[in-house]
Design a protein around this ligand. Structure first.
Ligand code: SAM
Length: 289
């Protein structure tokens, strides 16, 4: 039997030696995960037995090889949701929570259940968060056959919660560039966190580079290969007065990035760019004429 606090200290040292940037926090998550405790709950954890030590060892070895913490835990937080994630699906990011929060504000201002399309849904983070926090009929479009099982699973897991809100989430297995995927026109809101990294900007972090699916990250030579036609599709799907929310890279805001692409489409007014938690440009809102 080993003291849990000592195990956390040893795990943090091993992760630091392996070059893991968030070693101390990850150590608490990993040990807590194996002991069935939250990082805070570890304060009251009993001694760690041999089987638990072996499981912790295995998890530390994976994290040391820079597997994402979320894959090891099997879940990723998105606001107040815990979503199932693993190989084949993009891990939802805190940056996207800001766009979700903005979208929830819009939906709550409508006096009726909203029709919402989440284009490029991945784990379903945006679709499910919106459905859980405001009454909405959400369509979640995703083309990747690796991501779709995660999306279906998260929708099923969270159904009791969003159904209690009077919401629904319908998964569409399809390409966002195919008009047939956009079943719910006219929509009140289109949200999307599409692949937007230029092909030659390979991420440095192994967790992203080696574990997020390429189809979730890369958007052609300038990053906008999917974004450009997606703006056109959204303009067809939205009702007049409906809103488009589009996430982008922190170097794709004003003056030449996504806001400019949306203005160039000609179908929108009130094109406004918004920052994320750290104040960097992160998503654009626009109102359909
Ligand atoms: C950056 S991830 C975003 C996932 C999720 N919305 C989020 O914010 O965490 C982009 C997603 O778009 C999907 N995708 C890429 N191209 C697509 C296309 N042409 N049609 C539908 N989905 C696509 C990818 O498989 C991936 O799941």
């Amino acid at each position: 039997m080993t003291d849990a606090r000592q195990v956390v200290v040893d795990v943090a040292d091993r992760l630091r030696e392996a070059g893991v940037p968030s070693a101390a926090a990850d150590a608490r998550w990993i040990v807590g995960h194996v002991l069935g405790a939250s990082p805070a709950g570890l304060a009251f954890a009993g001694p760690v037995d041999a089987d638990e030590l072996a499981a912790i060892d295995a998890a530390v070895a994976r994290r040391g090889r820079r597997e994402p913490l979320q894959h090891i835990l099997g879940t990723a937080p998105f606001g107040d949701l815990d979503l199932a994630v693993g190989p084949g699906v993009f891990v939802p990011r805190p940056e996207t929570e800001v766009m979700a929060q903005f979208a929830i504000g819009l939906l709550r201002d409508l006096a009726r259940p909203a029709v919402v399309i989440d284009a490029c849904s991945g784990s379903g983070a945006l679709a499910i968060a919106l459905a859980c926090h405001a009454p909405a009929e959400v369509v979640a479009i995703e083309s990747s056959t690796d991501a779709l099982p995660w999306l279906e699973r998260n929708v099923a897991d969270q159904r009791p919660r969003f159904a209690a809100r009077g919401s629904s989430v319908t998964v569409v297995a399809g390409d966002v560039l195919d008009p047939a995927s956009w079943q719910s026109s006219p929509a009140d809101l289109v949200v999307s966190n599409p692949p937007y990294i230029p092909d030659d900007c390979v991420p440095r972090d192994p967790e992203v580079r080696d574990h997020d699916p390429a189809v979730a990250l890369f958007g052609g030579p300038d990053g906008f290969a999917l974004v450009r036609p997606l703006i056109g599709r959204a303009s067809v799907a939205l009702r007049p007065g409906g809103v488009l929310l589009l996430e982008h890279g922190d170097d794709q805001g004003e003056p030449e990035g996504v806001p400019a692409l949306i203005r160039a489409d000609g179908s929108f007014h009130d094109v406004v760019d918004h920052p994320d938690w750290s104040g960097r440009p992160r998503f654009t809102s626009a109102v359909r004429r």
